[in-house]
Design a binder for this molecule. Structure first.
Ligand code: KG4
Ligand code: ZN
Length: 322
């Protein structure tokens, strides 16, 4: 079964064809990120206008790359929620129109759940160990930091989430404080990794036994530190980035491991843009190894927003035909 996926929840315009919920036949992502950089964040009106221009070509390219036509597609999956309203509307309207015109079923997908499903995708002929379900899922993106119980049917039940900023949002805001540009995650990741040890310490939020997170206090601590020290002769942005990243990663690792143990589940699925972070990948891998937890990260390209994860999850969410 071939499913065409469409994703337009933020700045990306993406389309993909996935075979049987697993094999990536095509995965096209056009981003308008460059158009937003100078504003230090995504401007929704710019994003949706670019998506209007791009959606037709991106879908056509996904079909061409997958060497198929509309007739070969069994269903269309589209991101329904959450996201920027104008951007979502472009994808949903386009998906509805082609589904109606070609008489194909339309499947609406939750974007956050899609991020976790990215762990089940692979290229044609690639050998890949598949995660076992049930699992704990942790989505770490620009808009969300949420822990889920994921059952055998991929039904996701929320166990905990950030009480304020998402972790990706904290990376972006700290990058802005340090004048490092937008988006902040990749550049903080890069400069923080050049530092082995720093004397700067930030404290992670304490949310007791809950599976919740908080990152706004950490972000504010960075702001106050920078205001106090940025004129010092030994002020070093990379050291601040390193200390911030270390604290944010520690909070994610500890809460995720604690959640797996509390639920008695030893599979952890990661997803979302921050899952591309090198310090998070290495710390979580090491912590899970000592706890006997199998942790799965999507390949880098599938951590960020894409339509492959939407088409893939569409396979699990097909309407049951009687
Ligand atoms: O999942 P995503 O592409 O979009 C949302 O659904 O939000 O995630 C984007 C977020 C941004 O906040 C970006 O700064 C962050 O992911 N990000 C990273 C890295 N790459 C992207 N954060 C930390 N380290 C990275 N390497
Ligand atoms: Zn996302």
């Amino acid at each position: 079964m071939k499913i065409l996926g469409i994703e337009t929840s933020c700045d990306e315009t993406a389309a993909s064809v996935i075979q049987d919920g697993r094999v990536i036949l095509s995965n096209i992502v056009a981003s308008s990120l460059k158009d937003h950089e100078r504003y230090g964040g995504i401007i929704p009106e710019i994003a949706s206008r670019r998506q209007m221009e791009l959606i037709g070509c991106v879908v056509d390219e996904a079909l061409i790359k997958a060497q198929c036509s509309f007739n070969d597609i069994d269903a269309i999956a589209v991101t329904r929620f959450p996201g920027l309203l104008g951007s979502l509307l472009v994808g949903i309207a386009y998906a509805k129109a082609i589904a109606k015109a070609a008489s194909k079923p339309l499947i609406e997908i939750n974007h956050i759940e899609g991020h976790l499903y990215a762990n089940f995708l692979h290229n044609n002929g690639e050998a890949k160990a598949m995660p076992q379900l049930p699992a704990i899922g942790l989505v770490v993106s620009g808009g969300h930091t949420s822990l889920f119980h994921v059952d055998e049917q991929f039904v996701c039940t929320l166990l905990g989430q950030t009480q304020d900023d998402a972790v990706g949002e904290a990376f972006d805001k700290v990058a802005r404080i340090l004048d490092l540009g937008y988006p902040g995650g990749p550049v903080i990741d890069k400069i923080a990794s050049q530092v082995k040890e720093t004397s700067i310490r930030f404290t992670k939020a304490n949310l007791g036994d809950s599976h919740n997170f908080s990152f706004s206090g950490l972000k504010t601590a960075v702001l106050y530190y920078v205001r106090k020290h940025d004129k010092d002769s030994d002020f070093n942005k990379a050291h601040v980035a390193h200390a911030f990243q270390e604290t944010a990663v520690k909070s994610l690792v500890e809460t995720a491991v604690k959640c797996c143990r509390a639920q008695g589940i030893n599979t952890l699925l990661m997803g979302g843009g921050v899952a591309a972070n090198s310090a998070l990948r290495s710390s979580l891998t090491a912590a899970c190894q000592t706890q006997g937890i199998r942790v799965f990260f999507p390949p880098m390209a599938l951590c960020l927003d894409n339509a492959a994860m939407i088409a893939g999850l569409g396979f699990m969410r097909q309407p049951v035909l009687s």
